[in-house]
Design a protein around this ligand. Structure first.
Ligand code: PLP
Length: 396
């Protein structure tokens, strides 16, 4: 007898609208479905090197790529232990939950972190960064750290303006940038923007499973690495440089590269400009829907600076006293749509729609329709007609 006390699981495919991990295209799943090979096999090394070259093109970078069998946190940790010594000072640009987590990690390693404080609905301002750098006349700050796209708030920070703040103050600090939720979905020009280290991961714009991350490192950052004294081994770039792949101290996750080669092929086939334009188009439609919902004291866009709206994730702020988790529960339980939740101090106050990776118009419209129904189901006041506004936006 079926258990009638448990509501039946909704039928049909799970609509995955989280800001990472993201949908994995079927051709990438098929590509990963391969037997193991010896990671020292020359044919595999050729595939690996080919992937690294093509990944650098996505980032517009000529830097060294070091890869880890770890999620993004592993690449953050690699950036810290390879570049710094105990007591070194960092300037962290506050953007949200992820800038807080990176700060917490750095402090545990004995680094001294000064923060450029910010309203999470806008993120740190370039003027404040410039003032902090100008005040550091002794050049004690070794690096400026920024999350390019703050996944917890849906705010994109202008990394180019941060570079300008360094240049205008003639400050020699390194510029470190986390592109985890902007990679292969928002424009990113590592060399032209003067970024010394980029942190990236597999499970968002690259449309791969979670579990691989990387850092791309400029010559200036490599020079800093040579004198950095924090202890490290598995994540140590110098150890990696002695390995055949110049990445991975341990076993290389070979199947991930079958997948990466295919996901890069999909990006190359579409063309990066078209990939960015698609993300912008879908994000604009999501924002059009949220603006309609915000009537009648409904939920609203969390980001308050239109020049910083993220085209890969939208965070939606609930009306005072209303629980975002009720909306997420209705969306998943009734409509099989998985939305992102609020992180850290935003828990229960926001829900997030991820619109990055392998996504098209009907997928976005399906998600928005489920959200609009879930708002009604959960008794959240809102303006009606968000989906129609999104359709209008996509059609125009
Ligand atoms: N940085 C950003 C901007 C992220 O969005 C995430 C995860 O979502 C991380 C860092 C941490 O990465 P991971 O969860 O892969 O360890």
């Amino acid at each position: 007898m079926p258990d009638t006390t448990v509501p039946p699981k909704p039928r049909g495919r799970l609509f995955f609208a989280n800001p990472g991990p993201t949908n994995i295209p079927d051709s990438v799943l098929r590509a990963i479905d391969r037997p193991s090979v010896d990671f020292m096999d020359e044919a595999f090394i050729a595939l690996f090197e080919n992937c690294v070259t093509r990944l650098k093109k996505v980032l517009n970078s000529s830097g060294h790529v070091f890869m880890y069998a770890a999620s993004g946190h592993g690449a953050w940790e690699a950036s810290l232990v390879n570049l710094f010594s105990p007591g070194d000072r960092l300037l962290m640009l506050e953007s949200g939950y992820f800038s807080e987590s990176w700060t917490e990690m750095a402090r545990k390693f004995g680094l001294v972190v000064e923060t450029v404080p910010a309203d999470w609905r806008r993120g740190a301002q370039a003027d404040a960064v410039k003032a902090a750098l100008a005040a550091d006349t002794g050049h004690a700050i070794k690096a400026v750290c920024t999350v390019h796209n703050e996944t917890s708030t849906g705010v994109t920070l202008p990394v180019k303006e941060i570079r300008a703040a360094l240049d205008q103050t003639r400050h020699p600090a390194l510029l470190l940038s986390d592109t985890i939720s902007s990679l292969a979905s928002l424009p990113y020009d590592m060399d032209a923007w003067g970024i010394d280290l980029t942190v990236g991961g597999s499970q968002k714009g690259l449309m791969l499973p979670t579990g691989m991350s990387f850092t791309v490192v400029s010559e200036k950052a490599m020079a800093a690495h040579k004198v950095a004294r924090l202890p490290r081994h598995y994540l140590d770039w110098s150890v990696m440089l002695g390995r055949r792949h110049k990445s991975f101290v341990g076993t290389v996750p070979t199947q991930m590269f079958n997948g990466l080669s295919e996901s890069l092929r999909l990006l190359e086939e579409e063309g990066m400009e078209a990939v960015f334009a698609r993300h912008r188009r879908l994000a604009t439609a999501v924002r059009a829907a949220v603006r309609v919902w915000s009537a009648n004291d409904g939920p609203q866009l969390f980001c308050t600076d239109p020049s910083r709206y993220s085209d890969s994730v939208t965070a939606i702020l609930m009306p005072e006293g209303k629980d975002a988790e009720a909306v997420r529960r209705a969306a998943l339980g009734r409509y099989n749509v998985s939305l992102g939740g609020g992180l850290g101090k935003l828990g229960g106050r926001v829900f997030r729609i991820g619109h990055l990776g392998d996504l098209n118009e009907p997928m976005i419209l399906g998600t928005l329709a489920a959200v609009e129904m879930s708002l009604r189901d959960a008794g959240i006041p809102h303006g009606k007609g968000g989906v129609a506004a999104a359709m209008e936006s996509l059609a125009s």
